[in-house]
Ligand binder design. Structure first.
Ligand code: ADP
Length: 544
């Protein structure tokens, strides 16, 4: 091999991103809303100094390089300080999901061996429920978000006060761990994904490409997606690297309060799961004149399928653009993104919408393939369903200290996503289901995602989740749980008619359940497993 004569050993670490924000964009603003609705403002110059102070304070605790430091926090500016101070001081940022059950949180913090935990004062009662069971925990630092820190705890501001505003970074190998997240894990224990400096840095570069999220210095970014969910999809890293201004929502994630924030802070990019956007669209439909969203460049929607009717509603009725993205905790998380290609410019709106409703094609450096149950590689014909496998520099190569699901990593170096997809000749991925949600009726797959998208296009339907009901003859048959929009109604017949013609007859749900609410996971996705647990016998009972 003739080796290139380049500085290939220059490490890809997060310190470079932090340095850029502090040195190149010190005047750019960060706005952070507290639990009481008040907004704290500062600039990257001040952010940089405080992050250094935090890094100095952490270093003073005598932790070992690679030690895990937990955060149990909402999205706010101090959390952003932790996002960089912890990894840049050589430790590992471990974001804890505050919506999990305390049993899971106990398991996760023990498994990660968190030595220090930062916690919002408003979440301290939650931590106090399991803190004493944490075997490695040495110190709790309280962020005084909604009032003064109680006696007996170290206050965040006291912790960093008086620390030098300059920080001497330790030498960090780009392959060293920087951050970790646990996936919720519907079977078995939660599994840790341990990101390296290199993987997060490369992911950040990718997220900023024009053809991906295109985050730039000109953007004002609002991560609605929690900072404890897959690193808020990498947006904090992307914003710090580019100097994009940031807006943090704090704990209030109600649609109205988010719209207020987007409008007042002139947000250009906001990101969250579909359930958040369904609520936002409903409010805009009632009275869009209340908010000025003219600065909004795009709304990034992912985490579960964005219904095309919602994408269309934003565009048609409000002139707003949706970027539909797919990813997983295991992929840092950005894996693919639905963009209409230039040769499609002449297509009808309907055709373009169909493209935007897919999970798109992979971002650079993420390879994809899909395989049949027996491991056969499938053709990109847009029809044949198989499990999506991915690989790339920001895809997990194993779970942290856990062999439970080692079989999700193939011997030839791919990660099995658990998503059942088709891929078309252009490389567009369409998720038909997560393997755990799949309905097999008489041995044939029915796509719950396709049915849900169609049901949510009905004018009376706010939310629809389709799940498998046990069936004496067909094994499983689809049942649709429906939430109506306020003041709206439809009958089973109406909904069946609405679906007819677009699907094979045997795909149509056998039953409709009209419910007040669809159970959601800790990150706001439809929890179909719970529906299955509660109503899985509905058809069997009907037949009896
Ligand atoms: P959790 O298991 O808690 O949902 P993740 O957030 O890592 O953890 O979820 C990743 C999964 O979310 C993917 O495997 C896929 O099933 C689903 N997902 C993510 N984005 C999309 C999308 N745009 N469309 C459909 N499903 C999606």
């Amino acid at each position: 091999m003739l080796r290139g004569c380049m500085m290939d050993d220059y490490p890809l670490t997060l310190t470079h991103l932090l340095e850029r924000a502090g040195r190149l964009f010190p005047k750019n603003q960060i706005a952070s809303r507290g639990p009481d609705g008040s907004i704290f403002r500062y600039d990257y110059g001040a952010y940089y100094k405080r992050t250094h102070q935090l890094a100095n304070a952490l270093t003073g605790l005598g932790l070992q390089p690679g030690d895990r430091v937990g955060t149990l926090c909402w999205n706010h500016h101090r959390h952003l300080e932790m996002y960089f101070a912890i990894p840049c001081a050589g430790f590992v940022l471990h974001t804890l999901n505050l919506r999990l059950h305390t049993n899971d949180l106990t398991y996760i913090a023990n498994h990660a061996e968190d030595k220090v935990i930062f916690v919002d004062r408003s979440l301290l009662p939650l931590l106090e429920q399991f803190k004493d069971q944490l075997k490695s925990l040495q110190k709790v630092i309280v962020v005084p978000d909604d009032g003064p820190t109680p006696d007996g705890y170290t206050d965040y501001e006291d912790f960093i006060a008086g620390q030098p505003e300059e920080f001497t970074y330790p030498e960090i190998d780009e392959r060293a761990a920087a951050a970790m997240c646990y996936t919720s894990g519907t079977t078995g224990n939660p599994k840790g994904v341990l990101y390296s400096h290199r993987s997060t840095t490369l992911h950040t570069m990718s997220a900023c490409m024009t053809d991906t999220l295109g985050i730039s210095e000109r953007d004002t970014v609002l991560p609605v997606v929690p900072m404890f969910h897959a690193n808020a999809w990498g947006l904090p890293f992307a914003a710090v690297m580019t100097g994009a201004e940031m807006v943090f929502p704090g704990p209030n994630l109600q649609p109205e309060s988010l719209l207020d924030l987007m409008s007042a802070e002139k947000v250009s990019v906001a990101a969250g799961v579909p359930t958040i956007w369904i609520g936002i669209l409903a409010l805009l439909d009632q009275d869009a004149s209340r908010w000025d969203l003219s600065t909004m460049r795009t709304m990034v929607i992912g985490g579960s399928a964005a219904p095309p009717s919602m994408i269309d509603g934003f565009r048609q009725r409000h002139g707003l653009t949706v970027t539909h993205a797919w990813g997983m905790t295991e992929t840092n998380p950005l894996g693919s993104l639905a963009r209409v290609k230039r040769y499609m410019d002449g297509w009808s709106d309907e055709q373009k919408l169909a493209v935007q409703g897919t999970q798109g094609h992979p971002v650079p450096f993420v390879d994809i393939r899909h395989v049949a149950d027996d491991g056969t590689l499938l053709d990109w014909d847009g029809e044949t369903m198989g499990e999506l496998e991915v690989r790339g520099p920001w895809v997990a190569a194993s779970y942290y200290n856990n062999d439970e699901q080692a079989d999700r990593f193939t011997p030839d170096g791919w990660f099995k996503t658990g998503d059942i997809v088709t891929i078309n000749s252009d490389g567009y991925i369409a998720i038909t289901d997560r393997s755990k949600d799949v309905i097999k009726s008489g041995g044939e797959w029915i796509s719950t995602v396709a049915l849900e998208n169609a049901l949510m296009a009905h004018p009376a339907v706010a939310e629809a989740a389709v799940f498998a009901g046990r069936h004496p003859k067909w094994d499983e048959r689809p049942i649709a749980a429906i939430v109506f929009k306020p003041g709206q109604q439809a009958t089973e017949d109406d909904l069946a008619k609405h679906l007819e013609g677009n699907f094979a007859k045997w795909w149509l749900p056998d039953a409709y359940l009209f419910v007040n609410e669809i159970p959601k996971t800790s990150v706001g996705k439809f929890q179909k497993l719970k529906l299955r647990e509660e109503h899985g016998d509905h058809l069997v009972k009907q037949e009896a």
